[in-house]
Write a protein that binds this ligand. Structure first.
Ligand SMILES: NC(=O)c1ccc[n+]([C@@H]2O[C@H](COP(=O)([O-])OP(=O)(O)OC[C@H]3O[C@@H](n4cnc5c(N)ncnc54)[C@H](OP(=O)(O)O)[C@@H]3O)[C@@H](O)[C@H]2O)c1
Length: 301
């Protein structure tokens, strides 16, 4: 049985790079590209199959900022698959980002420069809007659409005999102070992206609490700062090129500046269950040895 991997936002950036990396590691996978733009997804599928003809690559159309689209996609997925082994909840937006130029210049000449560039803390605000579902667009795209996706796919994900993994693309921009339980959609604030990424971090913890026993595990990763359509929305490509020497310099001090989506995938692919289990067994063995040594020392004294 091929392992099935579902990836939202597989049409560009880190999602696309992830598809390539996954097939380089194992071309017997079945990748299901969950994208809103089918022609983009078709192009990705063609290029993946050209380099990995043994793979299976399918497409499901989903716009995670639209609940009817999510319901339709999950209905199709339940007809196509018995189970999903990995789900990368990666699609995300940061619409109309406004850069606080004053804060940028103040930060450039402060001791916080690395922190500022790697977290964008205090640098970015966004203009959010309502979707036809009546929800804040950033919240629905980055969090709620994905939440409904996994709720609807529960029967494909919860198999205690062979666990499924959810991997969320979070961000170092996630900040507790931007999230409020009184305004989970961040309709009153100006940093909906940061709030949505913090919400993802919280949700992952809650999913583990509620679903681990049923065989579903969730984790969050930050791919670092990469140049993708998302970051090109903050500054035009030529400005990124102008500040690139500074960013390269900072890269020596902080590995958060991954720069390319290819480097960004490193975090998403870093953890694997086998190594985790082997590591756990080694720790148990070491614990046993240490306990015996302590016992022997105590007996001698
Ligand atoms: N770039 C960074 O430095 C950075 C840092 C930390 C975290 N991240 C996170 O990484 C993830 C991927 O972003 P990226 O940097 O790779 O940017 P990207 O190139 O803009 O990729 C975003 C992906 O999400 C898809 N998407 C957006 N809205 C969607 C919707 N409503 N329904 C379905 N798909 C939708 C896009 O589809 P289309 O191709 O149709 O637009 C695209 O495939 C995001 O969650 C982002 O928050 C990025």
């Amino acid at each position: 049985m091929r392992k099935v991997v579902l990836i939202t936002g597989a049409s560009s950036g880190v999602g696309l790079a992830l598809c390539r990396r996954l097939l380089e590691e194992d071309d017997a996978l079945h990748l299901c590209l969950a994208c809103r733009n089918v022609s983009k997804a078709e192009a990705v599928r063609t290029s993946l199959l050209a380099s990995h003809p043994a793979a299976e690559v399918s497409i499901v159309q989903v716009d995670v900022s639209s609940l009817p689209s999510v319901f339709q996609a999950t209905k199709e997925l339940k007809q196509r698959f018995q189970r999903l082994d990995y789900v990368y909840l990666n699609a995300g937006i940061m619409p109309n980002p406004q850069l606080n130029i004053k804060a940028l210049f103040r930060g450039l000449f402060s001791r916080n420069v690395i922190h500022m560039f790697s977290t964008a803390e205090g640098l970015l605000t966004q203009n959010d809007k309502l979707t036809p579902d009546g929800l804040q667009e950033v919240f629905e795209t980055n969090v709620f659409g994905h939440f409904i996706l996994i709720q609807e796919l529960e029967s494909l994900l919860c198999h205690s005999e062979s666990p499924s993994q959810l991997i969320w693309t979070s961000s170092r921009n996630a900040k507790k102070s931007n999230f409020s339980l009184e305004d989970v959609q961040h309709s009153k604030g100006q940093e909906p992206y940061s709030s949505s990424k913090y919400a993802i971090d919280l949700l992952s913890v809650a999913l583990n609490r509620n679903f681990n026993q049923q065989g579903l595990y969730s984790s969050v990763v930050c791919p670092g700062t990469m140049l993708t359509s998302l970051t090109y929305g903050i500054l035009p490509p030529f400005v990124w090129m102008l500040i690139m020497p500074i960013i390269w310099l900072l890269r020596f001090f902080a590995n958060a500046f991954t720069l390319t989506p290819q480097n960004g995938t490193e975090a998403l692919m870093d953890l694997d269950e086998d190594t985790a289990e082997k590591f756990y067994q080694k720790l148990l063995k070491l614990e046993k040895q240490i306990r015996v040594t302590i016992q022997e020392t105590n007996n001698q004294n």
